[in-house]
Design a protein around this ligand. Sequence first.
Ligand SMILES: C[S@@+](CC[C@H](N)C(=O)[O-])C[C@H]1O[C@@H](n2cnc3c(N)ncnc32)[C@H](O)[C@@H]1O
Length: 542
Amino acid sequence: MNRLESNIKLCAVCDSKASQICGGCAQIFYCAKDHQKQHWPMHKDQCKPYRIVVDEKFGRCMFASKNLKPGEIIFGEKAVITGPKQGCRPCCLKCYVSLENVASFYPCPKCNFPFCQEQCAKSREHEAECVVLSRAKSCIVINDVNKSHPVYQCITPLRGLLLKTTQPQLYKEFARLEHHNDLRRQTDMWSIYQVNVVQFLRKVCALADQFSEEEIHAACGILDVNAFEIRLPGNEYQQVLGVFPLASMMSHNCVPNTQHVIDANAENSNSIFYSYQMTVRASVPIMKGEQIFTTYTLPLDGTIDRRAVLRQSKFFECDCSRCSDPTECSTYLSALRCPNCSIGVVLPVHPLDEKVTEWNCSQCPYTLTAAVVKQVTDELKEEFETIASNNPEVEKYEDFLNRHATLLHPNHFLMTSARQSLSILYGRDQRFSLNSMTSQQLERKVSICRQLLAVADIVEPGLTRIRGVTMYEMYAPMMLLAKRTFEDGQCSSSHFKKKMENVKDILSESVKILSLQDPASTEGIVCAVEALDKIQRWMSTM
Ligand SMILES: C[S@@+](CC[C@H](N)C(=O)[O-])C[C@H]1O[C@@H](n2cnc3c(N)ncnc32)[C@H](O)[C@@H]1O
């Protein structure tokens, strides 16, 4: 039995009975503080609240090595590379601003790639790749900045590959990531990469002596399987990817227990891409020995869509408890309403066999085939997309909710998405500014936020961005409603005070959650903190 398994904990320095535990990893014990101090130089590299384990199902994965509280940092990590996402529109290769937002761009004199300004073209990030890309200068002609161009597909894999010579230690970390070449070989993407990346880099950029076809495909696969999307403030389209090798060790679960933020302005360090810093925190309590999960999909999507994304881009069949449950942990995010009895919900009998499963009503013999459910859902998705992409308006989403209330469960993912948009639009749409909204409309906004929270708290529980943002959206209409009823003499001052206490609690929680978010997106946090301060001062005078 080793030191960890024994019930009697021994000091890591002198083997005497220990009374203290290392607070960082909860794995090592000491008899006294001075021995802990003495041991730190040896221990610091191993002192982590997680461990990486190889598992038959998940491959390498991460487990908590101590109990973690919600909000506690599990690890922080800087990107080994960043780069444009596949299929992105033309963007600056340094700061990733979309070139459609740039009045006149600066073409790099050596390789012809367009940058938003000369300074970006001369950045260290572009040096090594420019040498390679300049060999293909004549092919790098980007005329239409509103349309994606295939030449952007090779940039991020090339950045990964070039680490081999520019930063061999980082290349080792990059290259050991999962690429699933054997499974990807059968896909359409493989043939696209073969032309746009492999042949382009080997033939046109003359890299055939440096990188085999297999190696270049592996770089493409590593990005598809592991890269995280980086949301840059003010950048409407998610165009940027970052590789964070340690964060890649987190497996997927459709109900994750972590949240991560990526700060795009972290201090520069030795890597040219190191300014992107990821921080991963526990979003709920995680017990020692529990697996640490992130999510590779959108938590508010339904099971069929989430499983399709995971199958196509991550090459596994998700069988987590949410995917296996027809009700999706009682959220009913994929459920339909029964048109036959009007009281039952129609759910898949075998949610993991989505292509063939029957969908049965919970109250009557009504049944639907998987094909019919798919057809109906696809049509509604298309309708929803049209609303979302063409100047989204309150009335259009409300109309969508009304028209499909007899067909879709109130929590169906399309209804929930409509509510998520409405939770923001009410109060922000010019025709629905908070002060001009009727009390009924304010109540509607609060009720939409509550319905959204009820679902989000199950599929993305704990201290999450969606909870912070939704609570922030709730506080102002609640405060206005309380004020209006008080001023109209419809509630006593003690009742009013109680309501305001409730508003303060909601805002405080929102501030607490949003403060854990990317410091670069401080706008919301500053507003929330200011509002909280105002309420607190105001209440102290009541
Ligand atoms: C980002 S990598 C995670 C690290 C990977 N396990 C490794 O050993 O490098 C994603 C891959 O891990 C595996 N994986 C992650 N979550 C999984 C899950 N819930 N079920 C099965 N496999 C999973 C899949 O092979 C997936 O393509």
